[in-house]
Design a protein. Sequence first.
Lengths: 211, 211
Amino acid sequence: MVKPSGKREKVDAKVRILDAADAVFVRRGIDGARMQEIADHAGVNKALLHYHFRTKAELARAVWLRIASSFVPGVFEMMASELPLGEKIDQFVDSYHERLTRHPYLLVFALSEAARRPDLVQGFYTPERRRAARRMMSKLREQIDEEVKRKKLAPVPADQFLLTLVGSCLYPFAARSTLADVLGLGPKQVRRFMERRRKELPAFLKRALQR
Amino acid sequence: MVKPSGKREKVDAKVRILDAADAVFVRRGIDGARMQEIADHAGVNKALLHYHFRTKAELARAVWLRIASSFVPGVFEMMASELPLGEKIDQFVDSYHERLTRHPYLLVFALSEAARRPDLVQGFYTPERRRAARRMMSKLREQIDEEVKRKKLAPVPADQFLLTLVGSCLYPFAARSTLADVLGLGPKQVRRFMERRRKELPAFLKRALQR
DNA sequence: GTCTATACTCTGATAGAC
DNA sequence: GTCTATCAGAGTATAGAC
């Protein structure tokens, strides 16, 4: 499957633009991003951005959808799988720690734009994706209920537990700078702190479900 | 303590501007906010914003500092107090649920601007505030250690526990829209979900510390 | 202190050549 | 598809009257 040299450049430019837009939007936010900076970053002219993605809003939406598609479905699937609950927790924490460590601005971008621009997210949750979400929830419910029954715990609603997992895992990445300020840590100490968290958080959460 | 009618207008305008700027910045983000919208919202002319706060950046900083001052010191103090650990958890969850329910965009604003603009936060953590933060941490450490010893738990670092508390409490407010999409909830159901969380989260966290 | 009017820059978007 | 050149509008900031 060799690329026809004519088509090659075209595709590449469009992808390079998307990659550049990703970097700039995530770093600066949609409103703070400049089309010029994206063009420079992609090594093309500003006009070309408008050729491939008519407006800034459309480019932003393309970036957004690409990002969301790159991890939401995977999480749904993993969480709906037959893996034991404990391993799901491990995998979730591991994969987000890995990704968010390498992309420090990603979470804040996703949260703030999703909160402020419903239109951006519009259409991402297709019927199929909603079904996947429901499959995930019902599988989790089943596993948690079993755990609760076996260990005779107070019942824990699956949605609440999932949110606690997600929140306590992701939040530190959103609040990294505040965290450093409040705990009085330098960048290096923050990294060490997060590494420890990666190991200890799953244990803490599992323990909370084990009695 | 009656206001001299001459001074009254002056003070009021400046405060009205701050209030308006707060509303607009929090809702749109700093980059997305327009000086014109702030002026309209405050019922004054655009030029007056520049008279009282030279630039947009300075106005944004004033808003930021006012917001941060309005709750950070209180949390530090409460968390450093002699209250039992369990009651601290209750109070923390309650006060944030109350505040963030009424100001849905506040958290996302705080997180995204703090992450992207170190200069904005610059100078907020004075030596006195850092001391307050350390007092909080050492008191929490003491209380958690005691809990751990009494209940013979695996040791839980205070900073990690605090972050889990903060994250699992605040995150849902930052991800409100995503939450609704993933769980397939309408606005009303989201509210009910959050009310339940307010009651159940403290119990879950305390249980995690009780074995 | 507050307003009107305006200067000027920045930036998203288009036209048109290659 | 990609570039150069340019426009139109938006948006921050200032000058100056009251």
